[in-house]
Ligand binder design. Structure first.
Ligand code: GLN
Length: 481
């Protein structure tokens, strides 16, 4: 399945293949490469059935570009009748009674879901090692992490198991694994895509988005998933542009902000070199580089690690062993049941976040931590607003390093948290950003991050698309795939 959605759609339209054949091929590849551990659940029978229905519908005419295209959903999206575990023991047997809005919309666009991808438990992590179902392996080097938390989706697309998958991004979980696996991933503006049916981690930061080989494919996927939803009060009631139709505009005069702080110490020299070369490509296409500064971005990681755990501690209070999910098999009374259920049902990283968040929100500390972090969040957002007075998009690293070895950082939470130093500020500001393949360092993919003004996904996708017209990094496939 090395084809992009765009190519698959051409083949389907020309009758060169059927959706049923594509689904069979995808399922076979997933099994051949089971060592990646990219999937938690496969929905084979339904996928085949839906593919046959898509083939019949196509013969009747009027099929859209995504009709009959096999995709995967991160296991954080509720899928009616299909297990949705969030990679936690707490939800290991949870079968939702309804579809998340993203799932429903993508179904309506004709996508065929083949299964649910592995991830960090409750989307907390940057390496996919916190999953209850074991780590995902990076197709470029199986002893390395794929990034997280949407690591299963990223590995599945990078290994060409599926042409596209969904992810969610609270602090970098679409962009960082996209970068570490060499694919294209977009975090939309906060409010662009409905969060309904998405298992909540930090509600003021969570956003769902597409992960695929190319920006063009992401444009089609975003158009299918975006839009107002009456079930999500934070979803925006604004028109969704036809992103794919807006691809192809030239980049002459585009002002690209290069953030001084992003090329300072801490970025691996080979990563920085690949990114500088990517910026030169933009200059060749007529874009102009502008120096900008985000002076408060150094505070973004500590700010995030107060706010995200605070929201998580509240969101995860619902897993009490009463309403749904896991319940400890033995206990004395109801309080003991809560304690044992939560002790046994959550992994160590999730517990750490609940403790940090509960502490930050507790009576005597609320002003010192939570309110202070909210103030910082405003300063960080203001930095972006100032930068965007001087430029149209920002460009810089997604992650300070390429994919690191499995186990290298999971005993040191702070070094793990620092992976997201360049992605977290964007979530705090609610802005759209994407990661696109921009080269290799030591044989491993490097991602370039482009950040846009609020709701300006179209410009980002176009800038990424133009880069992909002139480079072939996004077409590279790991050996053995
Ligand atoms: N790695 C970050 C965290 O662990 C971001 C995760 C995410 O975006 N879901 O919180």
């Amino acid at each position: 399945m090395t084809l992009t959605i765009t190519k698959i759609a051409e083949n389907l339209a020309a009758g060169r293949c059927s959706s049923r054949e594509l689904v069979d091929d995808v399922l076979a590849r997933i099994k051949t490469h089971a060592v990646l551990n990219a999937f938690i659940t496969l929905d084979e029978e339904a996928a085949r059935r839906h593919a046959e229905a898509a083939d019949r519908a196509r013969r009747a005419g009027g099929a859209g570009i995504l009709a009959g295209v096999p995709i995967a959903h991160k296991d954080i999206f509720c899928t009616a009748g299909v297990k949705t575990t969030c990679a936690s023991r707490m939800l290991a047997d949870f079968v939702p009674p309804y579809d998340a809005t993203v799932v429903r919309k993508m179904k309506a666009a004709g996508c065929i879901m083949v299964g649910k991808t592995n991830m960090d438990e409750f989307a907390m992590g940057s390496s996919n090692e916190t999953s209850h179902f074991g780590p995902v392996r990076n197709p470029w080097d199986r002893d390395r992490v794929p990034g997280g938390s949407s690591g299963g989706s990223a590995a599945a697309v990078a290994g060409r198991l599926v042409p596209a998958a969904t992810g969610t991004d609270t602090g970098g979980s679409i962009r960082q694994p996209a970068a570490l696996c060499g694919i294209t991933g977009l975090k939309p503006s906060y409010g662009r895509v409905s969060r309904y049916g998405l298992v909540a981690f930090a509600s003021s930061l969570d956003q769902a988005g597409p992960m695929a080989q190319t920006a063009e494919d992401c444009a089609h996927l975003l158009a299918a998933m975006a839009g107002f939803d009456e079930h999500d009060a934070t979803s925006l009631d604004v028109p969704v542009p036809d992103y794919a139709a807006q691809l192809g505009g030239d980049l002459k005069g585009l002002r690209i902000g290069v953030v001084a702080e992003h090329f300072a110490d801490g970025v691996e020299p080979k990563v920085a070199e690949a990114l500088r070369e990517a910026l030169r490509e933009y200059e060749r296409q007529g874009a102009r580089l502008v120096d900008v500064s985000l002076p408060n971005s150094a505070h973004a990681v500590p700010c995030y690690y107060v706010l995200a755990p605070a929201e998580a501690s509240s969101n995860l209070a619902r897993y009490d062993g009463v309403r749904y999910g896991f319940r400890a098999p033995e206990y004395q009374d109801i309080e003991d049941m809560y304690k044992k259920t939560r002790s046994q049902g959550f992994g160590p990283e999730v517990k750490r976040r609940i403790m940090v968040g509960t502490y930050a929100l507790s009576a005597g500390y609320y002003d010192a931590y939570y309110v202070k972090a909210l103030r910082l969040r405003r300063l960080i957002a203001d930095d972006f607003a100032r930068a965007f007075e001087r430029c149209d998009i920002l460009a810089g690293p997604v992650s300070p390093s390429t994919a690191f070895p499995l186990g290298a950082k999971n005993t040191d939470p702070v070094s793990m948290y620092l992976n997201d130093i360049f992605t977290i500020p964007i979530n705090l500001a609610g802005l759209p950003a994407l990661s696109l393949p921009a080269g290799f360092a030591g044989g491993l993919p490097v991602g370039l991050q482009l950040v846009g003004r609020y709701l300006d996904e179209a410009r980002l996708l176009n800038a990424a698309h133009r880069f992909q017209q002139a480079t072939d990094w996004h077409t590279r496939v790991p050996a053995g795939f």
